[in-house]
Design a protein around this ligand. Structure first.
Ligand code: FES
Length: 609
């Protein structure tokens, strides 16, 4: 519930986040601003929210709130983790922030490329015949912008209509517009996470550094195929496919921009900049660039850093001179989305040894020891997105996302998105199901279901769930009714386990080789960041159990959320951070795995659980 200081009724929003994420981050990721000057580190005591029901009290809460307030549910949002459904009331902002908290606890000092300056100019006279432009530039001489034709066309009329009281709009050191009166508070930008599957847009208030609205939808390129390879193939087989894919990407961005502007009650003409974080293929397609060289060895991009273009050139109807900014890419399969993610997680700023894993069809892996940063990509296949899995589905309503086996009263406990009848198994449910079957002993280390006669010995309460469909052995996770046979039920099959084994072996081979490259071992890793719309939802314990991540205490495994979108926000809020993203091109070494002779041996070693 977001309360409004202007007396408007509170707005109500339901959001879904990975378990264990703080209320502060949950709000930030979903476009809800909470007061803070410390960036979620528990020191400013400003992030006050009121929570329904009983929740843990931290020692900082005790210092901040009175007994009555604590009883009333007041807590500091950055110290409260969401581990179950919570109802949270968020008060309106009380301070005008100079910094914003973005990404994984990153504090960003506000210095957007979009600047506005309100000026009251002297009227021209016969003794002061300076040009309109000079008059304006003299008043904003600290910004030293270069004039743009659009601004010049508007200048004479706007100056005279507004009695020479105008706001100059400067974007990336170009004077792009003059607006009548004082519009300095109306400065917006949109951060896009242009994913292959899902696209997310966040409308940002650049004056406050806060998100105003967030919207997401499936990428309209879906009919061309679920992953980047099928979309690249589409362009190779049909000459019309590239313009159609470009249009589909543009339509997606246009629809999301319209949605966030409507929800945030912002005039699209006051959106002056957008940032787009996408993988190399998505970036090529939205720019109308032939992606074919990305799809075949030696995997070459047209440019590591695409130029910034007008937002109108990628189909967006915002301010006519709004710029669209793209992130640089490290390689064909470690794209701008991952560079944005590195920015959001501060991979280049932290002295700790950290591993960043963005799990998906293509899995990107980054390892930093505080000095050197290595990045690679591992082809994990479609298992995590529900592809090639018997009862696989995307993480949508009806998908089993949590599996716990062997409870005393209820031997199979399922967490289902939307709390509805289970319809299938999404990626995190798949990881959980396999990890739990390994834990209870129904799957052996090689990934085979144990023989029928052994099942009642190792897991008596679950043995009747281990059955067959035809020749194939399956484990029944959910029966729609008590008499349902395995064909009508949600099951995990032996082949599904194999698919997951291949996917996890590709990923663990990737980070194993990176660790070796830096001369490190599992235990040297101080933090694992699980990123992306899928990776963020994997249970850390299950990820460790199946060997998807190094063997570490689960507290060192952090769900990082949609870091590509967060990086895009950072680039819009600060030109310094934007420069940081460009610098990553120099700082990170890209490691190509596909030509390594040791890859196959390692891969085989990594197959077991
Ligand atoms: Fe500063 Fe929570 S954000 S204490």
């Amino acid at each position: 519930t977001v309360e409004d200081s202007g007396g408007a009724p509170p707005s109500h929003r339901a959001v879904r986040v990975p378990p264990g994420v703080t209320v502060f981050d949950s709000a930030s990721w979903n476009g809800i601003a909470i007061d803070s000057t410390c960036g979620g580190h528990g020191t400013c005591h400003k992030c006050k929210v009121r929570v329904e029901g009983s929740t843990p009290i931290s020692r900082h809460d005790v210092r901040t709130f009175s007994r009555e307030q604590l009883d009333d549910g007041w807590r500091l949002a950055c110290l409260l983790q969401a581990t179950r459904d919570l109802q949270v009331a968020v008060p309106p902002l009380t301070t005008r922030p100079k910094a914003a908290t973005v990404g994984v606890g990153r504090q960003v000092i506000l210095r957007p490329a979009v600047q506005k300056r309100y000026v009251e100019l002297d009227e021209p006279s016969l003794t002061d015949q300076r040009s309109d432009l000079q008059r304006l530039l003299d008043a904003i001489d600290d910004l030293e912008p270069r004039p743009d034709l659009h601004a010049l066309r508007r200048l004479p009329t706007v100056l005279r209509q507004a009695d020479h009281k105008v706001t100059a709009v400067v974007v990336d050191e170009a004077l792009v517009d003059v607006e009548p009166g004082d519009t300095t508070d109306q400065r917006y930008a949109i951060a896009f996470d242009l994913g292959t599957t899902t696209v997310v847009a966040t409308l940002l208030d650049l004056a406050l550094g806060t998100p105003v609205a967030v919207a997401s939808m499936l990428n309209r390129q879906q009919p061309f195929g679920g992953d980047v390879i099928t979309r690249i193939s589409a362009t190779m087989m049909d000459p019309d496919a590239l313009p159609r894919l470009q249009r589909a990407a543009a339509d997606t961005l246009v629809e999301l921009a319209a949605q966030v502007c409507k929800e945030g009650e912002v005039d699209p003409a006051q959106v002056y900049e957008v940032a787009v974080a996408g993988n190399a293929t998505m970036t090529a397609l939205v720019l109308g660039i032939d992606p074919e060289p990305l799809g075949m060895a030696p995997f070459v991009m047209v440019a590591a850093q695409p130029p910034s273009v007008l937002a109108s050139e990628i189909g967006l109807e915002l301010h006519p001179r709004a710029r669209a900014l793209f992130f640089p890419a490290l390689g064909a399969y470690v794209g701008g989305d991952i560079v944005a993610g590195m920015l959001a997680t501060g991979m280049d700023r932290d002295k700790r040894t950290r591993l960043f894993v963005d799990v998906g069809t293509n899995c990107e892996i980054v390892l930093s020891d505080g000095e050197r940063i290595l990045a690679t990509a591992a082809p994990a296949g479609p298992a995590f997105e529900g592809g090639a899995i018997k009862c696989g589905m995307r993480a949508a309503e009806g998908a089993i996302e949590v599996v716990r086996l062997g409870g005393a009263d209820d031997p199979v406990q399922l967490g289902v998105i939307g709390d509805v009848e289970p319809m299938g198994l999404c990626g995190s449910g798949l990881v959980d199901a396999v990890a739990e079957l390994v834990r209870v002993g129904l799957l052996d280390a090689s990934g085979r279901f144990v023989p029928d006669e052994q099942a009642p010995i190792v897991a008596p309460a679950l043995a009747d769930r281990l059955t067959r469909i035809g020749e194939e052995r399956v484990f029944v996770l959910h029966r729609p009714h008590p008499e349902a046979g395995p064909e009508e039920s949600v099951v995990l099959s032996q082949r599904d386990v194999r698919e997951l084994q291949f996917a996890k072996a590709a990923i663990s081979t990737g980070w194993t080789l990176l660790l070796e490259e830096l001369g490190l071992e599992h235990r040297d890793v101080q933090q694992v960041l699980m990123a992306g719309s899928f990776g963020s939802y994997i249970s850390p314990a299950s990820a460790v159990r199946i060997g998807l991540v190094p063997t570490l205490p689960v507290l060192r495994i952090v769900s990082a959320g949609n870091v590509a979108g967060e990086g895009a926000k950072m680039a819009l809020l600060s030109i310094r951070e934007r420069a940081g993203a460009a610098a990553l091109l120099e700082e990170v070494t890209y490691v190509e795995l596909s030509d390594r002779t040791d890859f196959n041996d390692r891969f085989v070693e990594q197959l077991s659980f």
